[in-house]
Write a protein that binds this ligand. Structure first.
Ligand SMILES: Cc1cc2nc3c(=O)[nH]c(=O)nc-3n(C[C@H](O)[C@H](O)[C@H](O)COP(=O)(O)OP(=O)(O)OC[C@H]3O[C@@H](n4cnc5c(N)ncnc54)[C@H](O)[C@@H]3O)c2cc1C
Length: 472
């Protein structure tokens, strides 16, 4: 009697956001699909990346760009033929603002501007200039972003600049987030150079030396500062995920939510969807949020599932509004503004989307993207759409001179939108990796481990693809 061998495919990628799609790309599945499948729970690819086009507005649902400092993202863009579609942020979006006492103040990017700014009092300014004299902490223990900033540049500057920046990028609370997990470069600046100013001066000298040696011309840092230039695609960011999805159509299965994953001692995985449909695979790649992985791994390995569940996520709401240009008094020459938590304003900040990228609003109109929620304000999810707009109008109206209701509104509620790298994140991540390493063929990729940005996802996907290829 012969027993039939079960059909075992090469792998299943769970999740069709940028992480799962980029992984498929780096594995080369567009031209050599082999026997891979990508399962996506919903009817559309892209995850939090997506763009809606309505009434002449182009509205990004989640991310609205990436910094052009990550060579792997640019390589990916090149490889899928999208380089000509790239759109760098408009130069005027170099101007960024912070709201204080009902006024928008330009972010002071130079020492003279710092001396002049109305954002800090004299003592707080002096404290910033004392940064090079603050002793470096070189041990590897964890520290919150706020504690680090307060220690190096003083509490006033930490509250005015760092707290709002952290809520803008992470939807997080600076007093809870881990500096080495969220901003490893800052930690390195202190450990390696002795402080932030010392590191900037050394790096600038190094750059100038290199430019001189190579004859290269000086290039501005752009709207994202020396860390890169904010970039998207003409018409919207979904151009990236749509192209990747198009190229991997043959392996993609939409409306297929993974319900259960288990490893069998015979050396293969079973991946089962909500209807009981099952495949057997050599590799399983978790490219969905960790709280989802916790659910589908629970009956297989409780310890691993709870390690995944230990990564917290913050809710975030994006309120995109369209206005007639004449209904807004402010010049809108800039990127937008952030609001320090000390201002007791619920809105985290507002981006002037149509000043940053072209074609985001019809002729004679402008688009704003205001953010609310974050780890510090989860109850915002209970507000109705009308209450959200009321709150924005009351809070932001006086800052930019909004005189009427918007002519267009689109609201995106991300209930568990952004993973939070809180103090202890590095240990939580190591625990997941350690428990997952007990199983051959199990890999993770996504925004919950090494960085929350699109660049981080693309970079991690490349690393994981290389590991899978080595093990094949
Ligand atoms: C409001 C907001 C603004 C942001 N702004 C920026 C920005 O400007 N720049 C930037 O770089 N980053 C930004 N980010 C972060 C960035 O968008 C994310 O980190 C990135 O898109 C995450 O991609 P991902 O593929 O890892 O996860 P996701 O995009 O969450 O994709 C995961 C996919 O898994 C699917 N899935 C879930 N459960 C299952 C299941 N059981 N079976 C199968 N599939 C499943 C989901 O449907 C989803 O498609 C922002 C995020 C948000 C929420």
């Amino acid at each position: 009697m012969t027993t039939e061998q079960p059909n075992i495919i090469d792998g299943v990628i769970i999740g069709g956001g940028i992480s799962g799609l980029a992984l498929a790309h780096w594995l080369g599945l567009h031209d050599q699909p082999g026997s891979w499948e990508l399962w996506e729970a919903t009817d559309r690819l892209g995850g939090t990346t997506g763009t809606d086009r309505e009434c002449g507005y182009s509205v990004d649902r989640g991310p609205n760009g990436f910094l052009d400092r990550e060579p792997l993202t640019l390589q990916l863009v090149d490889e899928i033929g999208l380089r000509p579609e790239l759109e760098p942020a408009n130069d005027k979006s170099n101007n960024r603002f912070i709201a204080k006492n009902g006024v928008l103040h330009p972010v002071p990017f130079s020492p003279p501007a710092m001396l002049r700014t109305g954002l800090l009092d004299f003592g707080e300014k002096l404290r910033i200039f004392a940064e090079p004299f603050i002793k470096a902490r070189r041990d590897d223990s964890d520290e919150s972003v706020f504690d680090f900033a307060a220690r190096r540049i003083g509490k006033g500057a930490a509250e005015t600049f760092v707290e709002p920046m952290v809520s803008g990028v992470y939807g997080g609370v600076a007093r809870d987030l881990s500096l080495p997990a969220c901003f490893p470069i800052m930690r390195e600046m202190e450990v390696q150079y002795g402080g932030l100013v010392k590191a900037m001066v050394s790096k600038m000298r190094e750059k100038r030396r290199k430019q001189k040696a190579s004859g290269e011309k000086k290039r501005g840092g752009g709207p994202a500062g020396p860390g890169g230039h904010l970039t998207s695609f003409k018409t919207g960011l979904d151009v990236l995920t749509d192209r990747l999805a198009e190229q991997h159509q043959s392996i993609i299965h939409t409306n297929r939510a993974v319900a259960r994953v288990a490893y069998h001692t015979d050396g293969y995985w079973t991946v089962t969807d909500a209807t009981g449909r099952e495949v057997r695979a050599t590799n399983v790649i978790v490219a969905c949020p960790t709280f989802v992985a916790a659910q589908f791994l629970e009956s297989f390995d409780h310890e691993l599932a709870s390690a995944f569940a230990d990564i917290p996520y913050a809710p975030i709401i994006v309120v995109a509004t369209g206005h007639r240009r004449e209904d807004i008094k402010h010049s809108l020459d800039g990127f937008g503004f952030l609001i320090p938590r000390t201002e007791n304003i619920r809105t985290l900040g507002s981006i002037w989307t149509s000043s940053i990228f072209a074609e985001r609003a019809p002729e004679g109109h402008v688009q704003f993207r205001s953010m609310l929620g974050g780890a510090g304000d989860p109850s915002v999810m209970e507000l109705t759409d009308d209450q959200l707009w009321d709150s924005i109008r009351r809070e932001l109206g006086p800052l930019v001179g909004i005189t009427t209701d918007p002519v267009f509104t689109k609201i995106y509620r991300w209930e568990r939108g952004i993973p939070q790298f809180t103090v202890g994140h590095r240990e939580r991540r190591a625990r997941i990796e350690q428990l997952a390493a007990r199983y051959p063929g199990l890999h993770m990729v996504g925004n919950a481990y090494y960085g929350v940005g699109l660049n981080d996802c693309v970079k991690m996907a490349k690393r994981v693809a290389e590991n899978i290829k080595i093990q094949a």
